[in-house]
Every structure is written in structure tokens, then in C-alpha cells.
Write a protein that binds this ligand. Structure first.
Ligand code: NDP
Ligand code: GDR
Length: 329
């Protein structure tokens, strides 16, 4: 018997890079779905940064194209499928609600269908999100907290989440849904607030910029490190029974406090540099998220290993190093 084979959709994203590295370290043969782009030179930048670009096999495909997904699954025959691909930027989802619904929502159904048709014994992971809690119905959110999505993105994720549950219950798929709270890293997309802040701090420290314009500084998020969170995804698929799990740190922090931490890491004060620009406000906001990860701790033996302070330091240092090398990611 050869090594276990995994297929990751969204392999070129933040989590795709960390999960690829994690699975390769576990001895897996890793395959990824690659959405074709004219900018082929930058598309696997994260995989290169983390050092796995040459170790994984990429297959052309798109979540919106069921027949292509079927062909990829027929070629790979994976034991585990991680569905990480999505239009994942909440703010863009108001500008592109139909695309977001098609990729983030129906795309997951396409993947479930492809698995059901080609390899129904494969284990399936769906990247669900704390955004599904939206206008929170309980101060601390667990697997039993009712959902209240507040964006086209969150509504699409909720549909994908319930389809995952539905395919598990209807067809007996080993399909699990990880309700992951925000997780960040040096590989976070530049448009998300944490990376925008650490990149901005590094630019200001190096004298490349003077100001950093942000939106709602009062929003609070439960922020962890992507490196820790991909391990939880894998642990879910190692369980005898598929299930849904909240993955969170149990600590919530405002954008303002995250920002203050990042500026103080380089000896600067955020008050001297941060401005508020209403272009970055959203039509509807998710004010606060805070996860209860007790089930993941008890059943998976998982807990966050990186503190917020360590995360901020790692991200700021990575952006300083990247800018000094004139590299962009
Ligand atoms: P990213 O935005 O970094 O990555 C998204 C990935 O999806 C990219 O590889 C992107 O490809 C791919 N993709 C987008 N559209 C398509 C498509 N039509 N067909 C195939 N691939 C496509 O997200 P993250 O790594 O941060 O997150 C991974 C998943 O987890 C996402 O589903 C996200 O919504 C979800 N999630 C993330 C959380 C977080 O805090 N990071 C928390 C909870 C859930 P390309 O590189 O070509 O753009
Ligand atoms: P989020 O992440 O919407 O939680 O979704 P994001 O970092 O975009 O926003 C977090 C909070 O910060 C506030 N904010 C700003 N956000 C951005 N992007 N830019 C700004 O300038 C800014 N200023 C303040 C936002 O209003 C918001 O309250 C992420 C994504 O990874 C989703 O795919 C994932 O599902 C959830 O996390 C969990």
C-alpha cells in the first residue's frame, strides 16, 4: 500500500499552503485543484513560500465545473478531500453575491456530488466559518448556537455547511464540517484586516508609508494561527464518525487592540498613523465573535498552540523581511 492520497481544493490559498505542508509532513501524497490563471507565475507563491510547491501535484479545475471535478477525482482517487476553495473575502461578497453563492455555496455541492459519484468512501472536509453566526445569538458560539448569517458570503457558507450535513445523513458520506473562527498567518491575503495591518505597520516602520486607513476598529474576532487550524481539519477526518466542530482560541480581541499590538511590536503608536475610512465599512457588520472549542478539545484533542501576541509578532516580522527583500505576496 502506498502513501495516503489527499486532494485539496483552494490549495493556493492560505490554508491550502499550511495544510499541504502538514499533510506532506504526515507522509501523504498531496494533490491540489488549481484554478487556471493567466498569471501562472504568481499563482503558487504561497506554496513556494512554505516550501512545498515542488512536492505536490496540481490539477486544473474549478469548483463551478462539476465534470472537471469528476475527472480530477477519477485521476487522483483520494482517501481524503479537503474543500477549502471559496470566494472567501466577506466584503467582496456584497459586490459579487452571485459569484460568491456559485463558488462558495454551490461549489461545495459540486464537490460533494463529485465525491458521491466517484469515491463515496473518501473522507470529506468542508471549510465552514464562524461568519455563519453573524448577528450572534449567544455570547460564546458552539456547535449548537443558532446561525444568523450577515453577508452573502456567510449565507453561501451556511448553505454549504447544511449540504455537508445533508450528504452525511442522506448518503452516509464521511463528511465533516469545521466551523473555523478567523485564523491568520504571514500567508493571509493582503485584503484581510490582520495582514493589512501587519503589512501597513512594516511599511510605516521602513518609511515606505505614513498612514494606514482602516474601517471598523471596534469589531472583535477570535483570531488564531492557520498552522494550528489545519491540524484540526485533519484530525476531524481521522475520527471513526464524521461530525461538526468549532475550532477557536476562546479569546476575542478588537481590531483596535490587534492594531495596537502590531504597532507596539516595532516601537510605534497606532494613534500616530491609523485613520478611519468609511470605504472599509460593510453594509452589515459582524460585531463580535468568540468560539467555544470544548468539543474539539475533548473529541479531537485539539487546542490552539499560538498566542495572539506570537501571531502578531510572526506576521509583522514576515512583512518586514518580505518588504526588505522587495518581495510581494
Ligand atoms: P483564501 O482566500 O486564501 O483561499 C481561497 C482558495 O480558493 C484559493 O486557492 C483560490 O484560488 C480558491 N478558489 C477561489 N475560487 C475558486 C474556484 N471557483 N474554483 C477553484 N478554486 C477557487 O482562503 P483561506 O485559505 O483563508 O480559507 C480557506 C477556506 O476556509 C475558505 O473556504 C474560507 O472561506 C474558509 N474559512 C477561512 C477562515 C480564515 O480565517 N482564513 C475561517 C473560516 C473559514 P486562487 O488562488 O486562484 O484565488
Ligand atoms: P472577516 O475578516 O470578515 O472576519 O472574514 P476580515 O479580516 O476581512 O475582517 C475582520 C473585521 O475587521 C474589520 N475591519 C476591516 N476589515 C478589512 N478587511 N479591512 C479593513 O480595513 C478593516 N477595518 C476593519 C471588518 O469590518 C471585520 O469586522 C474572515 C475571512 O477569512 C472569511 O473567509 C472567514 O470565513 C472568516 O474570517 C471567519
Amino acid at each position: 500500500m502506498g502513501p495516503k492520497r489527499a486532494l485539496i481544493t483552494g490549495v493556493t490559498g492560505q490554508d491550502g499552503a499550511y495544510l499541504s505542508k502538514f499533510l506532506l509532513d504526515q507522509g501523504y501524497e498531496v494533490h491540489g485543484l488549481l484554478r487556471r490563471s493567466a498569471s501562472a507565475d504568481v499563482i503558487n507563491a504561497r506554496l513556494k513560500w512554505i516550501g512545498v510547491a515542488d512536492a505536490i501535484t496540481l490539477h486544473d479545475g474549478n469548483l463551478t465545473d462539476l465534470s472537471g471535478l469528476i475527472r480530477v477525482l477519477e485521476a487522483v482517487r483520494p482517501a481524503e478531500v479537503y474543500n477549502l476553495a471559496a470566494q472567501s473575502f466577506v466584503k467582496s461578497s456584497w459586490q459579487q453575491p452571485i459569484l460568491t453563492g456559485t463558488v462558495t455555496g454551490l461549489g461545495a455541492t459540486n464537490m460533494l456530488e463529485a465525491v458521491r459519484i466517484v469515491c463515496p468512501d473518501a473522507r470529506f472536509y468542508q471549510a465552514s466559518s464562524s461568519e455563519m453566526y453573524g448577528l450572534i445569538q449567544e455570547p460564546v458560539q458552539s456547535e449548537t448556537t443558532p446561525f444568523y448569517p450577515r453577508s452573502p458570503y456567510a449565507a453561501a457558507k451556511l448553505y454549504a455547511h447544511w449540504m455537508t450535513v445533508n450528504y452525511r445523513e442522506s448518503f452516509g458520506l464521511h463528511a465533516s464540517s469545521g466551523i473555523l473562527f478567523n485564523h491568520e498567518s504571514p500567508l493571509r491575503g493582503i485584503e484581510f484586516v490582520t495582514r493589512k495591518i501587519t503589512d501597513g505597520v512594516a511599511r510605516i516602520k521602513l518609511g515606505l508609508e505614513k498612514k494606514l486607513a482602516l474601517g471598523n476598529l471596534d469589531a472583535k474576532r477570535d483570531w488564531g494561527h492557520a498552522r494550528d487550524y489545519v491540524k484540526a481539519m485533519w484530525l476531524m477526518l481521522q475520527q471513526d464518525k464524521p461530525d461538526d466542530y468549532v475550532v477557536a482560541t476562546g479569546r476575542t480581541t478588537s481590531v483596535r487592540d490587534f492594531c495596537a499590538l502590531a504597532f507596539s511590536h516595532v516601537g510605534l503608536r497606532m494613534e500616530d498613523h491609523v485613520t478611519v475610512d468609511e470605504r472599509y465599512l460593510r453594509p452589515a457588520e459582524v460585531d463580535v465573535l468568540l468560539g467555544n472549542g470544548t468539543k474539539a478539545k475533548e473529541k479531537l484533542g485539539w487546542k490552539a498552540e499560538t498566542t495572539l501576541e506570537e501571531l502578531v509578532a510572526e506576521m509583522v516580522e514576515a512583512d518586514l523581511a518580505r518588504l526588505k527583500r522587495h518581495e510581494h505576496l
